[in-house]
Design a protein. Structure first.
Length: 365
């Protein structure tokens, strides 16, 4: 079949919203018009169709391997069991488009736009979404290993159960989206905007949320060993029942956060702000809380054996029944703290000699 014959078939099908079955599109065709056409078993491998219009088109069992569709309009298009590996869709309009279950490894969707696009269960390994604007997109169960979503706007997107291993979400905005049950090993969320987001039961080591805005986010039941939340905003966030062993919350703001029953053993909370946070039943054994602000925390039955609270502020904290055995309270303040039934065996209070050495200022020459 010649290219001209194929294009004529497409033109005829576009007029009647008919079906084009079989064939190979292999040349360049700027301004390609295939809106409303049902393509079945057509090969678009390597074609150059910049600005193509495929609004409301149906692509069934097709291949677009290495195709160039930059700036294409795919509003309401449906891709069924199709392969778009290394396809260039840079700047494409994908509002309401459906890519569920498709293979899109290394696809370029950078700066694409359109609300409600769906990629559920799709293979998006090493895909590029940098700068994309895709509010309410669906990525449920998708594989986004090593995908780049830097600066993407994914407001209220759903990524529940997605594999985000080593994916990059730096400076992305997901609003109150959902990552529930996602795999986030070595994923980067530096500077992420996700206030109110659902991050329940996240799983994965070494995830990086440094500098992220996560006020009111929900991390219940998450398992995030060695995760970093350095300088993150987590006011009113919920970590109930979460485990962040060896995590780093240095400089983080956790005001009024819910950490009841959480496991933060050996975590770093240096200079963190936890005023009025709930820590009832939490585990902070051997945690490093130097200089942390823990005023007015509700920490009944907290376990913080051998934790280091040097220079921490514990004023007004409720530590009823807390286990502070062997904890370091050097120069910590605890005015008004409630320590009823607390285990204070071996607690290290202020070392006056050390304090004097810390305050020593050499005389002027």
């Amino acid at each position: 079949m010649t290219e001209e014959t194929f294009l004529e078939r497409v033109r005829l099908a576009a007029r009647s919203r008919g079906v084009v079955e079989g064939g190979v599109a292999s040349s360049a065709a700027e301004g390609f018009e295939g809106s409303g056409v049902h393509f079945r078993n057509v090969r678009f491998d390597g074609v150059i169709l910049p600005g193509a219009r495929l609004d409301s088109a149906v692509s069934e069992s097709e291949t677009f391997l290495g195709a160039h569709l930059a700036g294409a309009s795919l509003v309401g298009a449906r891709f069924l069991a199709s392969r778009l590996e290394q396809t260039d869709l840079h700047g494409a309009v994908v509002e309401g488009a459906l890519f569920d279950g498709c293979r899109l490894p290394r696809v370029d969707l950078a700066e694409s736009k359109g609300a409600g696009a769906s990629f559920r269960g799709a293979d998006l390994g090493a895909a590029r979404f940098a700068g994309a604007h895709l509010p309410r997109a669906r990525f449920d169960g998708a594989a986004l290993l090593r995908a780049d979503l830097t600066g993407a706007v994914l407001t209220d997107a759903v990524l529940a159960g997605a594999d985000l291993t080593a994916a990059i979400f730096d400076a992305a905005d997901v609003g109150a989206g959902s990552f529930a049950g996602a795999q986030v090993t070595r994923a980067s969320f530096v500077g992420l905007l996700a206030s109110g987001a659902a991050l329940r039961e996240l799983v994965g080591a070494d995830a990086d949320f440094s500098g992220a805005t996560l006020d009111g986010a929900r991390f219940e039941g998450a398992r995030l060993p060695r995760a970093s939340f350095r300088n993150a905003r987590l006011a009113r966030a919920t970590f109930a029942g979460a485990a962040v062993l060896h995590g780093d919350f240095s400089g983080a703001v956790l005001e009024e956060a819910h950490l009841e029953g959480s496991d933060l053993r050996s975590a770093q909370l240096v200079g963190a702000t936890l005023t009025r946070a709930t820590l009832a039943g939490a585990r902070l054994d051997r945690a490093l809380c130097t200089g942390a602000d823990l005023r007015l925390v509700r920490g009944a039955s907290l376990s913080a054996a051998h934790a280091r609270f040097a220079r921490a502020r514990l004023d007004g904290a409720d530590l009823t029944g807390a286990v502070l055995r062997g904890a370091d309270l050097h120069r910590a303040t605890d005015t008004g703290a409630v320590l009823t039934r607390a285990d204070l065996a071996g607690v290290k209070r202020t070392d006056t000699a050390l304090a004097a050495a810390e305050d020593y200022e050499p005389p002027p020459p």
